[in-house]
Design a protein around this ligand. Structure first.
Ligand code: MG
Length: 397
């Protein structure tokens, strides 16, 4: 399958909306906590009358990624938007080539690429998941529901952690991921396992350890973890390849995987046995499909991670997570966990079997609510923490 027969779009305008959303629950990780959720929402208008929406899920601080809200707005406005304006596109495959002269900035690139996917899908009466599947071999049609899990930040106490886990299990989530850091790891896992011996449990270290901690990390082997995510440096593959053979627990790489070449290197070196694919981190869905095909070919378990996306980004990730080569539960929670309300409708609601329905389209299957967008842009203008460095106001929402 490919783009044969797809109706093209011609990009007439691209609008950028920096937004701020209050989080229902701030997610504590080994990086710290962000005060609110920021993102740049991207509206792409076409000559054919369809719109496409994408999200650049940059953060305020360069913690998870080197990109920030300030760099994203700068790079989008000055370099990426001019490269797509006026383009007539039959396929999202053109986007990586158009962006090739701009090095780095995967989150910014992903936002525009996602808007192109959405507009092309809407133009052709397809759901995003159906459009993704056109670029995969037969047999990779999307499932009706994506299997999801929940990610829980670092809490003050074990008792509080257990209370939240019980609550999430009650909401239907069957796979639990806990954030850890040195001093909050082995005893946490021991306490959770003692209370909940059978749950699917995994830990995410967000690069908080060093290779010298291998002996300590080996103590996690006794807790039958689904995986341990990104224990070592965010840009490392080599030292993870030294750590994995010392552990029975499967390592999963997240921050270290920026493109297909990283995935191939990590698997060939034995640096991990599982990959967390965040489409934004690898510049978009085109590169994500390449990593997907690689993982399917190598029988590497794959799941989709998240960056606390608003409904715009989450809908697209959910569509990708519905593809059958995504073999482990993805980090895509129901809307109510993060935003009340979100910026889009309809909301995503997890079912009792730890799944969320795949949006059926057209496009991403969600609609941006103008009033909420206006309020979120206003909130960004009022609370932007580095107004003096990035005076960007954006077009009127
Ligand atoms: Mg992670």
């Amino acid at each position: 399958m490919n783009d044969a027969g797809l109706q093209p779009i011609t990009i007439r305008a691209v609008r950028l909306y920096p937004v701020a959303l209050p989080l229902v629950e701030r997610l504590g990780t080994s990086f710290g906590k962000e005060p609110f959720k920021a993102a740049v929402l991207i509206r792409l208008e076409t000559e054919e009358g369809v719109e496409g929406w994408g999200e650049t899920s940059a953060e305020i601080n360069p913690g998870y990624s080197a990109e920030t809200m300030g760099t994203a707005l700068h790079v989008l406005q000055e370099f990426l938007v001019p490269r797509v304006l006026g383009q007539r596109l039959h396929s999202p495959a053109r986007i990586p080539a158009l962006f090739a002269p701009v090095r780095g900035h995967p989150l910014a690139k992903h936002g525009i690429e996602a808007a192109v996917w959405d507009a092309l899908a809407r133009r052709n009466g397809l759901s995003l998941a159906q459009l993704f599947a056109r670029y995969l071999p037969a047999g990779h049609e999307p499932r009706a529901r994506a299997v999801v899990g929940v990610s829980i930040g670092i809490q003050e106490t074990l008792a509080e952690t257990l209370r939240i886990i019980e609550q999430r299990l009650g909401e239907g989530y069957a796979r639990v991921k806990l954030k850890i850091r040195p001093g909050w790891d082995v005893e946490l896992a021991r306490g959770v396992r003692a209370a909940l011996p059978d749950i699917a449990l995994m830990l995410d270290a967000n690069s908080a350890y060093r290779l010298e901690d291998a002996e300590h990390l080996r103590r996690l082997d006794e807790f039958d973890l689904l995986m341990l995510e990104q224990p070592l440096a965010w840009n490392d593959i080599h030292e993870h390849s030294k750590l994995q053979p010392q552990l029975r627990t499967d390592l999963c790489l997240d921050e270290s995987i920026h493109h297909l070449g990283d995935a191939r290197l990590a698997i060939e070196l034995g640096a991990c046995r599982i990959i967390n694919l965040k489409p934004a981190r690898v510049s978009g869905y085109w590169e994500s499909l390449a990593i997907y095909r690689f993982c399917v070919g190598q029988q590497v378990p794959l799941w989709i991670g998240g960056l606390l996306e608003t409904g715009v980004g989450r809908a697209a990730n959910l569509a990708f997570a519905a593809l059958p080569g995504v073999t482990l539960p993805s980090d895509i929670s129901g809307t109510a966990r993060y935003y009340a309300p979100d910026i889009t409708e309809p909301a995503f609601v997890p079912a009792a079997d730890s799944t969320i329905a795949t949006p059926t389209g057209p496009g991403s299957g969600v609609t941006v609510q103008p009033e909420r967008l206006r309020a979120a842009v206003q909130r960004w203008r009022e609370r932007c923490p580095y107004r003096g460095y990035a005076p960007y106001e954006g077009p009127e929402a």
